[in-house]
Design a protein around this ligand. Sequence first.
Ligand SMILES: Nc1nc2c(c(=O)[nH]1)N[C@H]1C(S)=C(S)[C@@H](COP(=O)(O)OP(=O)(O)OC[C@H]3O[C@@H](n4cnc5c(=O)[nH]c(N)nc54)[C@H](O)[C@@H]3O)O[C@H]1N2
Ligand SMILES: Nc1nc2c(c(=O)[nH]1)N[C@H]1C(S)=C(S)[C@@H](COP(=O)(O)OP(=O)(O)OC[C@H]3O[C@@H](n4cnc5c(=O)[nH]c(N)nc54)[C@H](O)[C@@H]3O)O[C@H]1N2
Ligand code: SF4
Ligand SMILES: [Mo]
Length: 682
Amino acid sequence: MTETRFATCNLCEACCGLALTVEGGRVTGVQGDPDHPLSRGHLCPKAVALPDMHEDGKRLRTPVRRTADGWEPMGWDEALDLVATRLADVRERHGKDAVGVYLGNPTVHSLGAMTHGTAFFGMLRTRNRFSATSVDQLPHQFVAQRLYGHQLMLPIPDIDRTDHFLVIGGNPMVSNGSLMTVPDFARRRKALADRGGRLVVLDPRRTETAKTADEHHFIRPGTDAALLLAMVHLILPTATPPPYVDGLDELAALVAPCTPEWAAPITGVDARVITRLAEDFASAKTAVAYGRTGVSMQRHGAVCQWAVQLLNIITGNLDRPGGALVPRPAVDVLKLVSPGHFDAWRSRVRGLPEFAGELPVAVLAEEIETPGEGRIRALVVNAGNPVLSTPDGRRMAKALASLDFMVAIDVKLNETNEHADVVLPPTTALERDHYDLVFSAFAVRDAAWFNGPVLPKHPDARHDWEIFRDLGLRYAKRFKPKPFTTLRLRLNPRTLLDVLLRTGPHRLSLRKLRRNPHGIDLGALKPSFPGRLRTTGKRVDLVPDVLAAGVEAVAAMAPPEGLLLIGRRHLRANNSWMNDVRRLTKGRARHHLLMHPDDLARHGLRDGDDVVVASAVGEVTVPVTASDEVMAGVVSLPHGYPAASANDLTDPAVVDAVSGNAVLNGVPVRVGPAPRAVTSSG
Ligand SMILES: Nc1nc2c(c(=O)[nH]1)N[C@H]1C(S)=C(S)[C@@H](COP(=O)(O)OP(=O)(O)OC[C@H]3O[C@@H](n4cnc5c(=O)[nH]c(N)nc54)[C@H](O)[C@@H]3O)O[C@H]1N2
Ligand SMILES: Nc1nc2c(c(=O)[nH]1)N[C@H]1C(S)=C(S)[C@@H](COP(=O)(O)OP(=O)(O)OC[C@H]3O[C@@H](n4cnc5c(=O)[nH]c(N)nc54)[C@H](O)[C@@H]3O)O[C@H]1N2
Ligand code: SF4
Ligand SMILES: [Mo]
């Protein structure tokens, strides 16, 4: 029997609606759902690989334990008992901070991890919490908390109505958007052109997005803060901010020295170009500035994200159609998540401040390595691969190997969890309920979608929420949790979701969503400020102290010298974990260094050579490709490839001084010829 089942792709933030053909218990066809309110039929090649991952022979089907002779399968009860006992033992002996937690990116893409993972991890009461946030979007959350009073109050570009879209350090043609759930960016980009709008891109690489832009300018990695502050400086005299903002004069004084003539030699962007960028942005009927990972994972990430907000605010584009607006999803996730706090405690070794209960992952390795009270001796990793995704991965691997105990919850073994003592495998996306608690709060339209499982789970498999429930209930016998925690653990995520939907701003219910398997459109984004601001007096202070201090560091910036490394994403790859899916990796290898032809010549290298890329912390060997897509002085290497991991080059000692986010772009490197391989036989 052939059936069509509707699902949501959970691989990236675009949340595409899928129509899956199911035959004899297998998914035999993957298509975009034309009736999905956001994706309208769009899908990318990665979705076609979802069933491959489901059927992947390397997928773990039972818990496994590492032994001297390799991995050994275990029963669930035995594995869960062992993990709960070991974690409780470490806490008993060394204190609660001795157990660390790292949450990887797919955590947020799983309903069960969001409802039950948060409950379980809360029970550990550790201050050593880490996640992919601090190798990604921490500056966005930091700035949102400072300006709008909540870490998730993120104004989202109203791409479907804007007249002018300024993209700085994002490549939505490939990434399909981030902190902007925007499936089918290409079609929306075309609609922008059709209504006479403009797309302007600032990026050290002429990216797939830049190639479709009306205007692209190369900018030296890590220097965007200078350009953005110069734009703020230029626009301020004619600013038209909303009435609920304070601090315009203070801001004007702060950015007075940030002239385009000052920014030009630092950024490599001509002063006249900067001036025109500002004029065009300010004079557009509506406009929206958007900065993504290129301007978050860098030295001045928080100042960049702040300046992006400032541009929208002072041109009157915050909270208005065609500008940037805060979505109103069916579940008000802002009510579920703490507004966030800053510097309530600091990391033990380096003294970096926490944000919203998390420490920057750049300190994780040193917190494991450095002896003394509060040292991390056990680690729980959910859906993550910090060995490939966080700075100085080699050092991270060594640190993990030295732990007393490590458990990973993951569908497969990876470069990180190969150091675990136990790996607990959850079901995959196709076997479980799906609701995007978080990404529906970042979408370019308000909408709600829910899907039940497409395939039945194996009787012996566990959903991640069941794993967290069973770990939590065991752990509760040793350490009494806060009231209601065990009750929460016992609830099915569906029950919880239903309550949240019913009490949410659109008064939906699970039943209603189930009756609408394509999802429900809740309309275009709507203005909601100052009413929804979470700040005191519902006012926005334009110049929070910590960011003013960040401007001083930007002011001290000198033009960068030497080669700077940036990353690169590919449509057929997803962070560190889909590089072994055959359907996606066929064809020419894409893991190579891009280098400008002039730089190649200057280094006496040729296209196709193997080169050694070296940084302050390590080196990798990769083939180099000549490309004038990257600006001179910049080299680009994608992350997530174990053979030559970009994060063997990134340096945990260097973080965004304001937010603590890792600096993964603009890393100083040297490039030279690789020693010729010695061949053993002719
Ligand atoms: N140099 C450099 N480094 C970067 C970046 C960069 O651009 N450049 N990007 C950064 C960014 S934006 C991010 S988000 C991070 C990502 O970094 P991480 O979150 O640390 O790692 P991922 O590569 O996403 O690995 C995800 C893991 O989750 C597993 N997994 C998949 N689905 C599930 C599931 O349903 N449940 C469970 N339990 N596990 C699952 C996969 O098998 C895989 O092992 O990397 C960051 N690192
Ligand atoms: N196909 C695919 N899609 C993905 C992912 C994936 O791995 N593959 N990962 C998902 C995840 S976890 C995330 S967070 C998002 C990320 O979404 P995006 O941020 O849109 O993704 P990137 O392609 O990394 O875009 C970053 C851009 O910044 C540029 N850049 C680097 N350094 C600088 C700089 O200093 N200044 C400026 N102005 N630009 C700079 C890079 O050249 C690159 O074009 O993508 C998501 N979608
Ligand atoms: S863009 Fe691709 S990977 Fe992202 S949700 Fe859509 S189909 Fe999945
Ligand atoms: Mo990310």
